[in-house]
Design a protein around this ligand. Structure first.
Ligand SMILES: O=C1O[C@H](COP(=O)(O)O)[C@@H](O)[C@H](O)[C@H]1O
Length: 224
C-alpha cells in the first residue's frame, strides 16, 4: 500500500491539494480537458477550499462526484451542495459540474439521464476518494444491494445503490470506472479510519471491504 502520513491535518490538506493541482495541470498539458472526480462527506472540505484558489485553466476541467446521496441540493447531506460551496467557487468556479442527481424521486429513475451525462468525461483524470470506517468508498458499501454488480468487471459506470449503512438511497460510480482513473488519491483522517485501512489492506474479499477495489492503485493520504 502506498501510504503517505502527514504530521497534521493542515499539512495533509495542503500537500494533497498541491498534488491534485499538479496532476490536473499535467493532464491539461496533453489533453483538451481533464476530469476531477471528488468525494462528498465530512473530510474533503479543506482540500476543496485550497483547490478552489489554484491558478489553473479550470474552464477545461469537468468536476464529477464519486457518489451522491439521493437528497435535494438544499439538504445538508447533499454532496453536490458541498462541491458548489467549497470547490466550485473562486478560480474553480469556471469548471463544469457533471451532475450526479436529478429531481426524480429515486436514483433508478435518474440513472439513464445521469449516465448519458458521463459521455466524454471518462476515464477520470484525477480521482480523489474518501472512505468510511466500514471500509466503503464512493457508495460501495458492504452489504449494499447492488454491491456485487458494482464490483463486477462488466458493471456500467453508474449504479443506484441502497445499503444498510447508508441513510438514503445513493448513486455511485462503479468499481471499473474508479479503477480506470489515471491518478488515484485516497484521503482519510483519524485513528478509526487508519485501523479500517489496515484491515482493508489484509487479504480478503472485496465485498467485505469495498475500498480494496482501488487500494492497489491509490496513493493513500492520512493524518491523525
Ligand atoms: O457517504 C459518504 O461517505 C464517504 C466518507 O465520508 P466521510 O464523512 O467519512 O468523509 C465519502 O467519501 C462519500 O463520498 C460519501 O457519499
Amino acid at each position: 500500500m502506498d501510504l503517505h502520513t502527514y504530521p497534521d491535518r493542515d499539512m495533509l490538506m495542503m500537500r494533497l491539494a498541491d498534488r491534485i493541482s499538479a496532476d490536473l495541470k499535467e493532464c491539461l498539458l496533453t489533453h483538451d480537458r481533464a476530469t476531477l472526480c471528488a468525494p462528498g462527506g465530512t473530510t474533503p472540505g479543506p482540500v476543496f477550499d485550497l483547490l478552489s484558489a489554484v491558478d489553473l485553466d479550470w474552464s477545461r476541467v469537468d468536476v464529477l462526484l464519486n457518489d451522491e446521496r439521493w437528497v435535494p441540493e438544499t439538504s445538508e447531506r447533499s454532496n453536490t451542495a458541498l462541491l458548489r460551496q467549497r470547490l466550485l467557487t473562486g478560480r474553480a468556479a469556471a469548471a463544469r459540474l457533471i451532475p450526479l442527481v436529478t429531481g426524480d424521486a429515486t436514483p433508478e429513475e435518474g440513472l439513464a439521464a445521469l449516465t448519458e451525462g458521463l459521455e466524454g468525461v471518462l476515464p477520470i483524470s484525477v480521482l480523489l476518494l474518501g472512505m468510511g470506517e466500514d471500509m466503503h468508498t464512493a457508495s460501495l458499501f458492504p452489504g449494499a444491494d447492488q454491491l456485487d454488480f458494482a464490483l463486477s468487471d462488466n458493471a456500467p459506470p453508474l449504479i443506484a445503490m441502497r445499503a444498510p449503512g447508508a441513510a438514503e438511497p445513493r448513486i455511485t460510480l462503479s468499481a471499473p470506472v474508479l479503477r480506470d482513473a489515471m491518478k488515484t488519491h485516497l484521503l482519510i483522517v483519524g485513528p478509526g479510519k487508519k485501523a479500517a485501512l489496515e484491515q482493508a489492506d489484509r487479504p480478503g474479499p472485496v465485498r467485505e471491504a469495498p475500498v480494496r477495489a482501488i487500494l492497489g492503485n491509490a496513493m493513500v493520504h492520512w493524518a491523525a
